[in-house]
Design a protein around this ligand. Structure first.
Ligand code: NAD
Length: 340
């Protein structure tokens, strides 16, 4: 029997890359049914303050998995990002991003032959992302940073469980507890408390600025890193750069009841509607969703076909060998399908 998941096409390039990914799923006979939900910028414009209809919210809550294209948040005061809202409403407390070098995708490390394979787990709910800010005077703005012990514990435990599941040998905690002694202090303290339950995993910590330098100079030092929200946001984009850019960065927002799988990049308004976007990041997110749902054979088949396609030098306009012609979004999907 097919399992049903909620799908939101998203805005900008969202519908184009989602169509490409679902076409690949269909060609691989993935046993999923899709319920498309009403969510995105046009629903803000239609007066839904959360950017989704009540029916969409209900569907996602019933099905538990949302596969989502990027969504635009209208600019201006009073409107919260739909992506941040969704993560909060459904308490998807852990943001997992897996980064690996892909043959056929040039990076600053390509010539050095360095292979990157690392996972960033970012706390997804707390920190400065509450947007609790006010003006103290005309010239002084104040923001609050909230880090709680239970909030830290749930994401750190998820990170250790993930490391155990993947058979990783080490997990690092990135932080700035030398300066933010209370907030980052709680996070770091909780990390070492939970580490005691996972004696087979070597736990270590590193100050976030030093981490950034080491990630660029010696990324092979790390297997997995857990961080607070803002630091994790920045470090994960740094890691996206290590493997070739946002076009290759997948993401999973994991909660106990609802999980959201999406690409890290946004709606790419500059190329939307042209049919030329790179669907790889959404496809990689879809592959991790299939694994999460236990559809491991489908995940492996699609991943192998993607890797082979990249090795063949097939590429969209945003990456790859500039001397070979690029294919459009559909052409890229078709090349993967031919390699399944
Ligand atoms: P962006 O990621 O949309 O685009 C940055 C650059 O990368 C652009 O030049 C774009 O063309 C390119 N790019 C991004 N994805 C690509 C792809 N798949 N293939 C080829 N090129 C790609 O970032 P932005 O311009 O800062 O944001 C645009 C909108 O997206 C904003 O409204 C923002 O709020 C939203 N956004 C949504 C999400 C999400 O839904 N998770 C994430 C980030 C940004």
């Amino acid at each position: 029997m097919k399992t049903k998941i909620a799908v939101a096409n998203g805005d900008g390039i969202g519908p184009e890359i989602m169509a490409a990914v679902l076409k690949i799923f269909e060609a691989c006979d993935v046993q999923l049914d899709y319920e498309f939900v009403e969510m995105g910028k046009s629903y803000f414009d239609a007066g839904h303050s959360t950017g989704m209809t009540e029916k969409a919210k209900e569907t996602i809550e019933n099905l538990g998995i949302l596969f989502k294209g990027p969504m635009e948040t209208p600019k201006g005061k009073g409107v919260k990002s739909i992506n941040v809202t969704a993560r909060k409403v459904w308490n998807t407390y852990a943001n997992q991003r897996d980064f690996r070098s892909l043959n056929g995708v040039n990076t600053v490390f390509s010539n050095a032959g360095m292979q990157i394979n690392l996972t960033i787990i970012r706390e997804n709910i707390e920190d400065t992302y509450g947007g609790i800010e006010h003006m103290l005077t005309n010239d002084v703005a104040v923001g609050r940073r909230i880090i709680t012990r239970p909030g830290s514990a749930q994401v750190i435990r998820y990170a250790f469980e993930m490391a155990r599941r993947k058979g990783l040998k080490k997990l690092a905690c990135g932080h700035k507890a030398n300066i933010m002694k209370l907030t980052d202090g709680i996070f770091l303290e909780t990390f070492y408390q939970i580490a005691k339950d996972y004696p087979e995993i070597q736990a270590s910590d590193i100050i976030v600025d030093d981490l950034c330098m080491k990630l660029v100079a010696h990324p092979e030092m790390f297997q997995a890193i857990v961080l607070t929200n803002l630091q994790g946001d920045i470090v994960s984009d740094l890691c996206a750069g290590l493997v070739g850019g946002l076009g290759f960065a997948p993401s999973a927002n994991i909660g106990d009841n609802i999980s959201i799988f999406e690409a890290v990049h946004g709606t790419a308004p500059d190329i939307a509607g042209k049919g030329i976007a790179n669907p790889t990041a959404l496809l990689l997110s879809g592959i991790s969703m299939l694994r999460y749902m236990g559809l491991t054979n489908n995940a492996a088949s699609i991943e192998n076909a993607l890797l082979y396609t990249l090795e063949q030098g097939v590429h969209t306009g945003d990456f790859g060998n500039r001397n070979t012609p690029s294919v459009n979004t559909e052409g890229f999907a078709n090349a993967i399908i031919a390699n399944l």
